[in-house]
Design a protein around this ligand. Structure first.
Ligand SMILES: [Fe+2]
Ligand SMILES: [Fe+2]
Length: 184
C-alpha cells in the first residue's frame, strides 16, 4: 500500500490469469472478469472520464496479449469438447454459433479499440464522437457475449466435461502460453 500510487489492482487481475493453469474453466472465468474490467474502462473513456495511464496500459495488455489466447482457448478447446459432451437438449450448437460469430466481429473491431487506447497513451486528447461510439459499442457487445458464456456455456461445461477433458484442456491452454500445467 505504501508505494501504491502506480500499482493497479486491475493489472493484478490480468496477471493472475497467467499465474497458474490447473482449473481451465476457472482460468477462462478469470479472463472474463478481466474483460469486464476492460469494458468498464472503455465505457469510462467514452463518457469523457480520464483514465490513469496504468488502466490504459492494462486494457491494452489484455486486448493485445490475453484476448487472442482466450479466443483460441474457447474456439480450439472449449467449444469442440462441449460439442462432443453436450446432449441435444443442451442446444449448445446454437450458442456456439452465436459466440463464434461474435468472436469474428471482435477480431475486426479490437484493432480499432487498441488504436484509440494507444492514441490516448501517446497524446491525451478528447475522443471524437466516432471513437466514443466505437468504445461503447465494443463494450456493450463484449458484455452480451460474456453474459452468454458465463450464464450458459461455463455452467454447462462444468456439468458435462469430465475430469480428463479438463486436464487435457488445461494442458493445451498452458502450452499455448508457454506455461506448465498440472498434467504430466
Ligand atoms: Fe470468453
Ligand atoms: Fe468468447
Amino acid at each position: 500500500m505504501g508505494n501504491g500510487t502506480n500499482r493497479d489492482p486491475n493489472d493484478d487481475i490480468a496477471r493472475k490469469t497467467h499465474g497458474q493453469l490447473v482449473d481451465p474453466l476457472e482460468f477462462i472465468a478469470r479472463d472474463h472478469r478481466a474483460e469486464r474490467v476492460v469494458c468498464d474502462h472503455l465505457d469510462r473513456l467514452a463518457a469523457g472520464d480520464k483514465l490513469r495511464r496504468a488502466d490504459i496500459e492494462s486494457a491494452l495488455r489484455f486486448l493485445r496479449d490475453d484476448l487472442p489466447h482466450h479466443l483460441d482457448d474457447e474456439e480450439l478447446d472449449l467449444f469442440p469438447v462441449l460439442r462432443r459432451r453436450c446432449e441435444a437438449d443442451d442446444e449448445i450448437d446454437k450458442a456456439i454459433a452465436r459466440l463464434t460469430s461474435d468472436h469474428a466481429h471482435a477480431a475486426v473491431d479490437t484493432p480499432t479499440v487498441i488504436a484509440v487506447l494507444d492514441g490516448q497513451l501517446r497524446k491525451k486528447r478528447p475522443l471524437s464522437d466516432t471513437e466514443c461510439h466505437s468504445l461503447s459499442a465494443y463494450a456493450a457487445h463484449a458484455r452480451r457475449h460474456l453474459t452468454l458464456e458465463n450464464a450458459v456455456v461455463l455452467p454447462l461445461a462444468r456439468l458435462r466435461l469430465s475430469k480428463k477433458d479438463q486436464t487435457q484442456m488445461a494442458a493445451r491452454m498452458a502450452q499455448r502460453r508457454g506455461l506448465g500445467s498440472n498434467q504430466e
